[in-house]
Design a protein around this ligand. Structure first.
Ligand code: GTP
Length: 598
C-alpha cells in the first residue's frame, strides 16, 4: 500500500548542532525547493528565528524522495527547536513520527539536550538514527563521538552516517538510511478517523489552521469532524500538506502529516494534543495527547498605552493557539494599570513571546521581572500560591514560604568541575552527585532554587566554563526558604511592579545593586527623585537621582531646528517603552534590573 512508502521523522539535537542546516540540505537534495527559492534555514520562517539563528517553532514539511531502489518515497520531516525552553515543541513533534534523526556535532559530542531529546524519543518508542555532523571541521572527532554515543546513550553507531550539513557531504547516504531504518506508519485506512493535532496557527483568512498527523482513517474536504476533547464540530474546508508552501490535497490518510482548515474562528475550542475524528463515524477513544506544561516563570505584560488592553488580550489568545504552553490571566498593577500575568517555560520563551506580540500584533509592551510561583503558608493554616511578588501577603500573616527547586544536570569537561561547583554553591545549590560519562566529561547534579536558575545562571555558567558546559533541568518539588519581599520606592511611592522576592541573606546586597542600577536607568527629571528599597517599613538601600542642573529644553529651543526635530523624534521613540508612574517615567529596562543583578 501507499503507506509503505511513507517515512515520518523529526530531527532533534542540542542547540546549534545543525538541525536546521541539515533540514535545508534535505530540502535541496529532494528538490522540494528550487535553487532559486533556497535560503538558509528555510524552515525557520519566523523573522525572529532567522535573526537569532534559532528554531523556536516546530515545522513540518512533506518531501518526495526517489530512492536508490527506484521507489518514490514520501517523507514528512519535522524540524524542532533545540533550546530547553522549547522542549514542549519537541515532544509534540515526536508524537507525530515513527523515527528521530539525532544530530550530534562531531566537535562537541553529546550535550545536555542531546540526552534530553533522546529520552523524549525513547518515551515515544521512536527509532533513533544517530548522525554525526560537521565532519568537515578540522576539530571533528567522529570516532570519539560515536564511541560516546554507544557508551552514554547505548545506541548502535556502526551505521551512523558521518555528514556535513554545511557542504552536503553524505546527506544522500542519510536519506537511504531513513528509508531503510525508520519504520513506515501502520494505521488502518478503513478504521474510523483518528488524527492528532500537534500544532495550530491562526490565519486571518482561513481561520485556525491545524497541523495533524493522521493515525487511522481518512479525512477530506466536506467531512464533518469532531475534536474529541473539546466536543466541538466543524466542516472541513481544505486538507493539504506543506511542501513547504501549503499544497491542497484531495484527502489525508492514515500515516500522513499535513494541515486541515475548517473555518474555525473560535480559537478557544482548539487545543494541540486533541484528537480529530469524524462526527458521523467517530473513533471510540481519543489519542493520548500531551501532558499539560507547567509554566516555570511568571511575569506581568502591560500595554504602554492602557487603551490597548483588549488588543493585548486578543493577541495573547491568538498567540496561544500557536504556542500552547503560554498561560495568561488579567491582573491589575497600581503602577502599570491593566495587564496580564503570563506563565512561561523559561526566560527565552518569555523574551520570544514579548517580541512576537510586539511584531506580529503591533503592540508596545512593558514586561515586569519574572518570578517563580511561591507557596506561602499563612499563620491561619492556609497555603496560597503567589506568582506576583507584589501580592505577597503581609509579613505578620506568613508562617513560612516555600519555593520551587530543580534538579540541574550540568554536563562539563573535568577541568571545569570546580568552577561549576563554585557557581552552583553561590546560587544556593546543594550538591547531589557527580556521574562520569567517560574519562573527559562529568555530569554534575545539583538541587537548586528555580529562581536562581532563571536569573542569568546560564550565561554565568557558559562564561565560567568557556562555553563548554551544557545545562538541563527538571522541577523537583518545593522547599522552605527564608525569603523576604523587597519593595522599591520612587519619590516615596511604592512601585508594585518593581517588588521582588529574595533570600534574606542576599536581600541587602541585591537591593543596593538594584537601586544603583535604577539610578542609571531612570531619566533625570527637574526634581530630585529618591530611590529606596525596603523590607516592610525598614529601608535597606537608598540613593537619589539628581535633578537637571539646567533647563535642557530651553537650550534646544534656541538651537538648530533640525537638531531639535531629531531630538523630539528620539524622545518620542524613547517614550514608547516608558511608563509614567506618578511623576516619574520608568523605562522598560528598569523592570528587568532584578534579572541583571549578580
Ligand atoms: P537551533 O535551531 O537553534 O536549535 O540550532 P540548529 O541545531 O538548527 O543549528 P543550525 O542548523 O542553525 O546550525 C548552527 C550553526 O552550525 C550554523 O552556524 C551552521 O552554519 C553551522 N553548521 C551546521 N552544520 C554544519 C556543518 O556540517 N559544518 C559546519 N562547519 N558548520 C555547520
Amino acid at each position: 500500500t501507499a503507506q509503505r512508502k511513507i517515512r515520518n521523522f523529526a530531527i532533534v539535537a542540542h542547540i546549534d548542532h545543525g538541525k536546521s542546516t541539515l533540514a535545508d540540505r534535505i530540502l535541496e537534495l529532494t528538490d522540494t525547493v528550487s535553487k532559486r527559492e533556497m535560503k538558509d534555514q528555510l524552515l525557520d520562517n519566523m523573522d525572529l528565528e532567522r535573526e537569532r539563528g534559532i528554531t523556536i517553532k516546530l515545522n513540518a514539511v512533506q518531501l518526495k524522495y526517489h530512492g536508490k531502489d527506484g521507489v518514490d518515497y514520501v517523507f514528512h520531516l519535522i524540524d524542532t527547536p533545540g533550546h530547553v525552553d522549547f522542549s514542549y515543541e519537541v515532544s509534540r513533534s515526536l508524537a507525530a513520527c515513527e523515527g528521530a534523526i539525532l544530530v550530534v556535532d562531531a566537535t562537541q559530542g553529546i550535550q545536555a539536550q542531546t540526552l534530553a531529546n533522546v529520552y523524549l524519543a525513547l518515551d515515544d518508542d521512536l527509532e533513533i538514527l544517530p548522525v554525526i555532523n560537521k565532519v568537515d571541521l578540522p576539530s571533528a572527532e567522529p570516532e570519539r563521538v560515536k564511541q560516546e554515543i554507544e557508551d552514554v546513550i547505548g545506541l548502535d553507531t556502526s551505521d551512523a552516517v558521518e555528514i556535513s550539513a554545511k557542504t552536503g557531504l553524505n546527506v544522500d547516504k542519510l536519506l537511504e538510511e531513513i528509508v531503510a531504518k525508520i519504520p513506515a506508519p501502520t494505521g488502518e485506512i478503513d478504521a474510523p478517523l483518528k488524527g492528532l493535532v500537534f500544532d495550530s496557527i491562526y490565519d486571518d483568512y482561513r481561520g485556525v489552521v491545524l497541523s495533524v498527523r493522521i493515525f487511522e482513517g481518512v479525512v477530506k474536504a466536506g467531512d464533518r469532524i469532531r475534536l474529541m476533547n473539546s466536543g466541538s464540530e466543524y466542516e472541513v474546508t481544505e486538507v493539504g500538506v506543506n511542501s513547504p508552501k501549503p499544497l491542497p490535497r484531495d484527502f489525508l490518510m492514515a500515516g500522513d502529516v499535513g494541515y486541515l482548515t475548517a473555518s474555525i474562528k473560535d480559537i478557544t475550542q482548539t487545543r494541540v494534543g486533541d484528537t480529530i475524528t469524524l462526527a458521523n463515524h467517530p473513533a471510540e477513544k481519543a489519542l493520548p495527547g500531551y501532558r499539560e506544561m507547567i509554566p516555570m516563570v511568571y511575569a506581568g505584560l502591560y500595554p504602554t498605552d492602557n487603551a490597548k488592553f483588549e488588543d493585548l488580550r486578543e493577541a495573547l489568545e491568538k498567540l496561544k493557539l500557536n504556542d500552547a504552553s503560554l498561560e495568561f490571566e488579567p491582573e491589575v498593577s497600581e503602577a502599570l494599570g491593566f495587564g496580564f500575568r503570563c506563565g512561561f517555560l523559561g526566560l527565552l520563551h518569555m523574551d520570544v513571546v514579548q517580541e512576537r506580540l510586539e511584531r506580529e500584533f503591533n503592540l508596545d509592551l512593558i514586561t515586569t521581572a519574572p518570578s517563580v510561583t511561591y507557596h506561602v503558608y499563612l499563620t491561619g493554616g492556609n497555603m496560597v500560591e503567589v506568582e506576583n511578588p507584589a501580592e505577597m501577603p503581609d509579613v505578620s500573616s506568613i508562617k513560612s514560604i516555600a519555593e520551587p527547586y530543580v534538579k540541574a544536570t550540568i554536563m562539563v569537561p573535568n577541568d571545569y568541575v570546580g568552577a561549576v561547583m563554585k557557581l552552583c554553591q553561590a546560587r544556593r545549590g546543594e550538591f547531589v552527585t557527580m556521574e562520569y560519562l567517560d574519562d573527559a566529561r562529568v555530569n554534575v547534579i545539583y538541587q537548586m532554587p528555580l529562581s536562581e536558575i532563571i536569573f542569568n545562571f546560564f550565561d554565568k555558567l557558559k562564561s565560567s566554563t568557556k562555553g563548554y558546559a551544557s545545562l538541563d533541568y527538571e522541577v523537583d518539588g518545593y522547599h522552605a526558604s527564608d525569603l523576604v519581599k523587597v519593595d522599591i520606592l520612587l519619590n516615596g511611592d511604592q512601585v508594585d511592579a518593581l517588588s521582588f522576592i529574595a533570600h534574606r541573606q542576599f536581600a541587602e546586597e541585591r537591593s543596593r545593586d538594584i537601586v544603583r542600577k535604577l539610578k542609571e536607568i531612570i531619566p533625570r527629571q527637574n526634581f530630585e527623585i529618591p530611590v529606596q528599597a525596603a523590607i516592610g517599613s525598614k529601608i535597606i538601600a537608598r540613593t537619589n537621582i539628581k535633578a537637571y542642573r539646567k533647563d535642557v529644553t530651553s537650550r534646544i529651543h534656541t538651537g538648530d531646528p533640525d537638531r531639535r526635530a531629531k531630538l523630539l523624534e528620539k524622545q518620542k521613540r524613547g517614550k514608547k517603552r516608558m511608563k509614567a508612574v506618578g511623576k516619574v517615567d520608568i523605562p522598560q529596562e528598569a523592570f528587568m534590573t532584578v534579572l541583571q543583578s549578580d
